[in-house]
Design a protein around this ligand. Structure first.
Ligand SMILES: [Ca+2]
Ligand SMILES: [Ca+2]
Ligand SMILES: [Ca+2]
Length: 447
């Protein structure tokens, strides 16, 4: 029903917005990168299956629940129509939760999306979806015929966008709350400088001056809010979470992308191994031990910033613990090495979160799970440089928060900017005014 109304609204708006839409119908930008945006060769050719970020935290407003947010599709330009970004109909989007430290998922939520009829020359971005939960080997459909909001196209096509979003919070039959759809990318960072050989624009990077590459870009998100009572193992209270995307193949569903801990495939895994890593399940991650134990980035820092060194380039048991097993006393899950985002759910949410998380003395933040505001780039740079082994450096990218404040209500990631309000390429009368100014000065001289 809602979709019909939207379609009608959309058609009514078409005539008025046709010129504007035609002006933005060029190819979408390919520059999007985040903690794992466009990080490996194959997946960079398949953006709608590309995991970008994963978050897991105890919910401040409902502390008896855990919120998991998984993002896909890097660098969505909200104006990039008419084939606006959507979840792929030919993919399976999964969120996995390991409750007992063996790196084998105990609870899986799988999402499948279907497109509705298109609107003239515009893609209909409101999709329907189903959610299947697998637990103890048994699969149950816990949600069916659910809707995403449409993408934020503009005030005529998608007016009252906040309400379009809140209308699509859905309670699943197992008691979890879910949302799926376009969101502003909560990830923040100066990727423009980082990928220019870890360039730092100002000082050591911890004093501002960076550019948030992700400002104005969106992603597609799946958010889940699950009662802790459904996930708690009763002993160490620690879950390991990861998300992946699967595509169909003649041999069944194949994993084409995955994400647990941020920045792993981006920064730790060598380029030639990145595609293989994306196809590996976390339970087989001990094969990547050497890339944690002898990180490439530490060697790179030695070459690029010898004045801040020396950096410990080998024997990095601290990185192995943080990334592969969890940190003893915080979120250790046992000896099985696996790339998972580990969250000790017995640690209460912090009233005033510190963006540096555990490094800043705030145990409710990264790397104990990950909150939307945690500054994983600064934390990762400082940890690789040796923050946990006595070599503390105030490294960072000079960007301390996202361009939009996160919401205090589910699904917490901000509403995306609308395509209509896109701030890029704004033409100002500056040149004309300057030219006129020159003319008038000439005229004044002549007088
Ligand atoms: Ca398990
Ligand atoms: Ca943002
Ligand atoms: Ca930062």
């Amino acid at each position: 029903m809602k979709r019909t109304i939207l379609l009608t609204l959309g058609l009514a708006a078409l005539v008025a917005s046709a010129v504007a839409v035609a002006a933005v119908s060029g190819p979408s930008p390919s520059a999007g990168r985040a903690s794992s945006h466009r990080e490996a060769t194959l997946i960079s050719e398949d953006p709608s299956a590309d995991n970008t970020d994963l978050y897991a935290f105890r919910t401040p407003e409902k502390p008896d629940t855990v919120t998991i947010i998984s993002n896909w599709i890097p660098g969505e330009d909200p104006a990039a129509g008419p084939m606006y970004y959507t979840f792929s109909q030919n993919a399976r989007y999964n969120i996995y939760i390991d409750k007992d430290g063996d790196a084998v998922p105990d609870v899986t939520y799988s999402y499948r999306f279907s497109n509705g009829p298109n609107v003239a020359f515009l893609r209909n971005t409101q999709q329907s979806y189903s959610v299947t939960k697998t637990e103890n080997g048994a699969s149950t459909i816990v949600g069916q015929g659910l809707l995403t909001p449409p993408n934020n196209i503009g005030p005529r096509f998608t007016p009252n966008y906040r309400k379009l979003v809140t209308d699509q919070d859905h309670l699943l039959s197992d008691g979890a709350l879910t949302f799926a759809g376009q969101r502003d990318d909560a990830f923040f960072g100066d990727i423009g400088s980082i990928f220019d050989l870890v360039a730092i624009r100002v000082g050591t990077g911890a004093t501002g001056g960076g550019k948030d590459f992700f400002a104005g870009y969106a992603v597609h998100a799946i958010a889940l809010q699950i009662p802790i009572s459904q996930l708690d193992n009763g002993t160490n209270h620690t879950i390991g979470v990861y998300a992946n995307t699967e595509r169909p193949s003649p041999d069944g569903w194949v994993q084409v992308s995955r994400l647990g801990f941020p920045l792993v495939n981006e920064v730790l895994i060598p380029t030639d191994v990145k595609d293989q890593w994306n196809s590996t399940r976390p339970g087989e991650d001990s094969q990547y031990f050497q890339y944690y134990h002898e990180p490439i980035l530490a060697k790179l820092l030695t070459q690029l910033y010898p004045q801040f060194g020396p950096y410990q380039e080998t024997g990095r048991d601290d990185l192995v613990a943080v990334g592969l097993t969890g940190v003893p006393g915080l979120n250790f899950t046992g000896r099985v090495q696996a790339d998972l985002l580990r969250l000790n759910m017995s640690i209460a949410p912090t009233a005033s979160p510190n963006r540096m998380g555990v490094l800043g003395g705030d145990l409710a933040g990264f790397p104990n799970g990950r909150r939307l505001g945690d500054d994983v780039i600064d934390i990762a740079e400082q940890v690789v440089a040796g923050a946990l082994i006595g070599h503390k450096l105030p490294l960072g990218d000079g960007v301390d928060a996202g361009d939009k404040p996160n919401l205090s209500v589910f699904p917490y990631e901000p509403d995306p900017a609308s395509g209509f309000d896109n701030a890029k390429g704004v033409t100002t009368p500056t040149h004309t005014a300057a030219a006129l100014d020159v003319h008038s000065r000439h005229a004044a001289r002549r007088r």
